[in-house]
Design a protein around this ligand. Structure first.
Ligand SMILES: C[S@@+](CC[C@H](N)C(=O)[O-])C[C@H]1O[C@@H](n2cnc3c(N)ncnc32)[C@H](O)[C@@H]1O
Length: 314
């Protein structure tokens, strides 16, 4: 069978299985099976597909038709212009999460990111935390954008942290990201020299609390009660610890905001991704705490309130 016929057959099988974007999916899986890019495939339509590659392609098509996301089949997803390894241990990075990057960088940029936020003096390190790092997409992209940043990236899942570590190494920022298995930010204020946090030189204030300039998070925010409405690609294949925030989906935000309040420096910035209907609830949390100023919500491209940002008041 030649390439054109193989691709046509793959597309037909995915269309019959009602897979969204079946053309793109078949192309990506063929590229993966052959180890070739799209330009090569379309410039060699009559190339013979050897039996081993044809078998690999056919197996990938069958798995996609059965609901597995393309990204878990190819093992990769782009985020912020960088290629990330993804496995079923991590959430597939979403385009919406790039808004977290945009808001965080814009807020830092407004103030001159190489300046000490309190004194205006130059400073060596910018201290950043990424809570629920998953594939490490936010931590790695921030470390890449901010060469003077030192990042603490937490996750409850050891398997996710392994993937995140590999992504940090792949992009040459592993030295500046400290991966910590934690419940949100719990324990980051620990300055016991024998503790994991202390070994990784998490910044500490005089009273022992770790202090950050920026905390970002895309926490699990889907309600358990919405599980049945999720696409099967998501529900059956992505890690439930990455999806579900609790019975109502908003459970993580209160704890996260409370911890961030205690761990941010004065004028430190908190940037949170929001679930599709969590904006009012999250605003309520901030409104109830005088510790915050410059509270703002950013919409995503679909007009949904997607990112919440605030500054720790002096
Ligand atoms: C929505 S995913 C976000 C992953 C990644 N930051 C991204 O934007 O693609 C949420 C992540 O939080 C982690 N997580 C869930 N509960 C947690 C907790 N209590 N403490 C720390 N991480 C948690 C999950 O394992 C998952 O990796």
């Amino acid at each position: 069978m030649d390439l054109r016929a193989a691709l046509k057959e793959g597309m037909a099988q995915l269309r019959a299985a009602q897979i969204p974007s079946h053309t793109l999916a078949a192309e990506l899986l063929l590229m993966h099976a052959l180890g070739r890019d799209r330009a090569w495939i379309y410039s060699h339509p009559e190339e013979f597909v050897d039996p081993a590659a044809a078998e690999k392609f056919s197996a990938l098509i069958a798995r996609r038709a059965a609901g597995e996301p393309v990204q878990y089949l190819t093992g990769k997803q782009e985020f912020w212009g960088l290629e990330f390894e993804v496995t079923p241990a991590v959430l597939i990075p979403r385009p919406e999460t790039e808004h977290v990057m945009e808001v965080a960088l814009a807020r830092l940029g407004e103030r001159g990111i190489k300046i000490h936020m309190d004194t205006g003096a130059p400073r060596e390190k910018l201290r950043v935390a990424d809570v629920g790092t998953g594939s490490g997409c936010l931590a790695v992209a921030l470390a890449s954008e901010l060469p003077h940043a030192e990042v603490s990236a937490t996750d409850i899942s050891p398997a996710a942290l392994e993937v995140a570590r590999r992504n940090a190494a792949r992009h040459g920022v592993a030295e500046r990201i400290h991966f910590l298995q934690r419940d949100l930010l719990t324990g980051l204020e620990n300055t016991d020299p024998s503790s994991e946090g202390a070994r990784h030189a998490v910044p500490a204030s005089a009273d022992g609390a770790a202090l950050f300039d920026l905390i970002v998070s895309n926490p699990p925010y889907i309600a358990r009660s919405e599980a049945a409405q999720l696409q099967r690609e998501v529900h059956d294949h992505e890690p439930h610890a990455a999806l579900f925030g609790g019975p109502t989906g908003i459970e993580m935000y209160q704890r996260l905001v409370d911890q961030a309040r205690d761990l941010l420096r004065d004028r430190g910035i908190l940037v949170l991704e929001l679930g599709h209907d969590s904006a009012d609830h999250v605003r309520g949390i901030f409104d109830a705490q005088p510790a915050w100023t410059k509270v703002a919500i950013t919409m995503d491209l679909a007009g949904i309130p997607r990112v919440f940002a605030a500054e720790r008041a002096r």
